[in-house]
Design a protein around this ligand. Structure first.
Ligand SMILES: [Zn+2]
Ligand SMILES: [Zn+2]
Length: 284
C-alpha cells in the first residue's frame, strides 16, 4: 500500500486540477491520496467525481495557523485536517474568514506594488486566482512580468516577511484549530513542524500542549525535514502517543517533488481513518 497524505491542487497553490491530481496519483502507483489544499475544501467534489478505480481519496485541508515559536514569539504553522465534517458551522465560518483574509491581503500587496510602479495589475491578478488566493499567485505574476527571474526569488525578497510589500494575515491560533478539527470529527496532524528553510520553528512544548487538546499526529517524512529532525519528531510522537505520517506536499509543477515521493505507513493510515467521524474515505 502506497499512501501520500499531503497534496495541493489548483484549488490552492498547486498546478493540477483536482481531477488531474487524482489521475496523477493513480498513475504514480498510489493506493491512497489526500487532497489538502490551503484553507479550502473547494477541490473535494471534483476529486471525488474523477477518482480512478481502486484509488482511495482522503478529503483534507491544510490550515494556516499561528503557534508558539521556540523563541517564545508567534510563528506560522500549517495544520493538516483530515476527514472532518465540512458542514460543521463554526469550522465553516473560520474557513470563510481565512479565505476572505487571503483575498484582502493579496490584493493589498499587489496594489502597493502597482502604486510603486511595478508592472502588476491587481484587478487582473485577483481575477486569475482560484478559491485560495496566496503569495504564489503574485510570485508567478512577478515572474511573468519580468520583475524577478523565479518564484523562489520573489519569495526571498519582495514577498518575504521582511520584504517591503509583505502584509500579515490573521491566521487561526493553533490550539483553536486543533479543537475545531476535533469538534468537526476530523483528525489533525501538524505539517512539516521542523522545516527549517521556512523560518523559525514551532516549540516542541507547544506540540505537547496540543496533544492534550486532541492533536492527532505529526508529519514526519516530509521533503523539508532532515534525518535528525525526523528522529526528534518520531521520538516526540512516540512519547505523546501521536500518529506519524509521511507525504510529498506535492504542488504539481510549482515544486520539483513528485507525488508519492514520501509516503505514510499503512498501519498509521488505518488508525487515522479509524479515528475520524466527520466524512469517510472514498474509494473509486
Ligand atoms: Zn505547508
Ligand atoms: Zn502543503
Amino acid at each position: 500500500m502506497r499512501i501520500d497524505l499531503h497534496t495541493h491542487s489548483n484549488a490552492s497553490d498547486g498546478t493540477d486540477t483536482p481531477a488531474e491530481l487524482v489521475r496523477n496519483a493513480a498513475a504514480a502507483g498510489l493506493d491512497v491520496v489526500a487532497l489538502t489544499d490551503h484553507d479550502t475544501t473547494s477541490g473535494w467534489a471534483s476529486a471525488v467525481d474523477a477518482l480512478p478505480p481502486g484509488l482511495t481519496l482522503v478529503r483534507g485541508m491544510e490550515m494556516s495557523c499561528i503557534g508558539l515559536g521556540e523563541d517564545g514569539y508567534p510563528v506560522p504553522v500549517h495544520l493538516l485536517a483530515y476527514l472532518f465534517d465540512p458542514t460543521n458551522e463554526s469550522f465553516a465560518q473560520e474557513r470563510e474568514r481565512l479565505r476572505a483574509e487571503r483575498v484582502v491581503r493579496l490584493r493589498s500587496m499587489a496594489e502597493q506594488m502597482a502604486a510603486d510602479g511595478l508592472p502588476i495589475d491587481p484587478v487582473a491578478l485577483m481575477a486569475s486566482v482560484g478559491p485560495s488566493a496566496g503569495r504564489p499567485h503574485l510570485a508567478r505574476a512577478l515572474v511573468a512580468a519580468g520583475v524577478v527571474p523565479t518564484v523562489d526569488a520573489a519569495f526571498q525578497d519582495l514577498l518575504a516577511p521582511h520584504g517591503q510589500y509583505y502584509v500579515e494575515k490573521l491566521d487561526t491560533p493553533l490550539r483553536r484549530a486543533v479543537e475545531m478539527v476535533a469538534a468537526a470529527g476530523g483528525v489533525s496532524v501538524v505539517a512539516h513542524a521542523r522545516a527549517r528553510k521556512r523560518g523559525r520553528l514551532l516549540a516542541l512544548s507547544d506540540i505537547r500542549d496540543l496533544a492534550a487538546v486532541g492533536l492527532g499526529g505529526l508529519e514526519i517524512d516530509h521533503p523539508d525535514h532532515s534525518a535528525a529532525d525526523r528522529a526528534v519528531l518520531s521520538d516526540l510522537a512516540r512519547e505523546l502517543g501521536l500518529l506519524t505520517t509521511g507525504s510529498s506536499d506535492y504542488h504539481g509543477s510549482n515544486k520539483t517533488i513528485r507525488i508519492g515521493e514520501f509516503t505514510t505507513d499503512p498501519a498509521q493510515f488505518e488508525e487515522l481513518a479509524g479515528k475520524a467521524t466527520g466524512v469517510s474515505v472514498v474509494t473509486g
